[in-house]
Design a protein around this ligand. Structure first.
Ligand SMILES: C[S@@+](CC[C@H](N)C(=O)[O-])C[C@H]1O[C@@H](n2cnc3c(N)ncnc32)[C@H](O)[C@@H]1O
Length: 391
């Protein structure tokens, strides 16, 4: 496919998504039915679609309309690319621009330029103060690709050398001692020897920093209460130097790949349908708005509503209360989100402490995209030795 044909394919897919179809579904169907598209074409079209999703609002303003064509025109103008070189009408390229299209569009301002719905821009300012605009702007760009070095397998330098054998260039990142930021060869990771042998896992650097912040040491009993795909369960197991992590999720099908991932990593992770007893550490990586990870999953930014956010906050509080009952006296309850919104983070901490006597906060930290990874929040509560949880 020519670069212009890729732009036309992205335009068609954006139009399909305007009716509410999720991007992944639209891209998968297109990939299956477009035999002419090679892997580089698919990756390039995907990048264009996700660029438009990240800048959905500003692209429409800059492109002068809400159609896929106008948004793609807006994306190109926002980047400083000349759309005339791609909108040529030749072959499979988009039709030439009309005079009306040439004259349409203007520079986005205010919340348009931040690429946030107005209600969320207010939430960002309430939550992040001076860092709000910088954070919103960071969420308009592509995220870096990060790997976690599996210390059960070897050292960071050994992993870097092994990756380099497959043309993947990665360097340590300050967010976590196990994090490598990939600068070249990211598309080869899934087929690389380092990945297939369990030496590295794909995991955002801030996600790794969240696990680094947990009070983990070999010998502790640990429950990952919202394990999902198990990214953090595996990272915790590595910190336990071969010790076991119990993994639970209200939707057990989400953990279906976890045993194979654990095998590959040489990690001891046991699926637990109904956690019982008490653990030294219960970790809750709760469902959230995902606002810290909107570079990777930008549709969430436009689909989130105030009602859904309130619903998520209620779910988060409920999970904290359930999980607290599984912590041994003197043990820890850890809470994490990939959100930058105060109501999902510091406000949840305040509310939990207010309704749960016997618990104190040991640490809390907000990671922002300006730190290099996704936006994440982590808090660790400790129960006093002489209290049993009163919830
Ligand atoms: C943010 S994801 C977890 C991601 C995972 N920790 C990882 O690192 O890959 C949140 C998970 O919480 C689960 N969940 C939702 N409600 C729950 C509940 N009441 N109890 C336990 N898990 C729940 C969801 O099914 C989802 O898999």
């Amino acid at each position: 496919m020519t670069p212009a044909a890729r732009v036309q394919a992205a335009i068609d897919l954006l139009d399909q998504m305007s009716s509410g179809r999720p991007a992944e579904q639209v891209l998968t169907t297109w990939g299956r039915t477009s035999r002419y598209a090679g892997s580089k074409d698919r990756a390039a079209v995907r990048d264009l679609v996700f660029d438009a999703l990240r800048c959905w609002r500003s692209a429409a303003v800059q492109g002068g309309g809400e159609s896929g064509r106008a948004r793609m025109l807006g994306v190109l103008r926002l980047r400083g690319d000349d759309p005339e070189t791609l909108f040529t009408g030749q072959g499979h390229a988009p039709a030439e621009l009309s005079d009306a299209e040439r004259g349409a569009g203007r520079a986005p301002t205010g919340n348009e330029a931040l690429d946030l719905p107005d209600w969320l821009a207010t939430r960002f300012r309430d939550s992040l103060g001076e860092a709000a605009d910088e954070t919103a702007l960071a969420l308009r760009s592509r995220a870096d690709v990060f790997l976690r070095v599996n210390v059960l397998w070897g050292t960071v330098s050994q992993a870097m050398a092994r990756l380099a054998q497959d043309g993947i260039i990665a360097a340590p990142h300050s967010l976590s001692p196990t994090a490598l930021r990939v600068s070249e060869g990211a598309r080869a990771i899934a087929r690389s020897d380092a990945y297939l042998s369990g030496a590295v896992e794909l995991q955002d650097a801030a996600s790794q920093a969240v696990v680094d912040a947990l009070p983990l040491r070999p010998g502790l009993s640990v429950l990952d209460y919202c394990a999902g795909g198990g990214g953090k369960a595996l990272a915790m197991a590595a910190r336990l130097a071969g010790g076991r992590v119990d993994a639970h999720d209200a939707a057990p099908q989400r953990m279906v790949d976890l045993p194979a991932r654990a095998d590959r990593a040489g990690a001891d992770v046991r699926i637990v349908q109904k956690p019982r007893g008490s653990y030294d550490l219960v970790f809750c990586d709760v469902p959230c708005s995902g606002s810290g990870a909107w570079r990777r999953a930008p549709e969430g930014k436009w689909r989130l509503t105030q009602a859904r956010l309130s619903e998520l906050c209620a779910i988060q509080a409920g999970i904290l209360d359930q999980a607290a009952r599984l912590v041994a006296p003197g043990g820890c309850l850890a809470y994490a989100t990939c959100s930058v919104l105060g109501e999902e983070n510091a406000e949840q901490v305040r509310a939990f402490l207010a309704r749960a006597p016997g618990w104190r906060i040991e640490m809390q930290r907000q990671f922002l995209p300006s730190d290099g990874g996704d936006g994440f929040f982590v808090a660790v509560f400790r129960m006093s030795d002489d209290t049993s949880p009163q919830l």
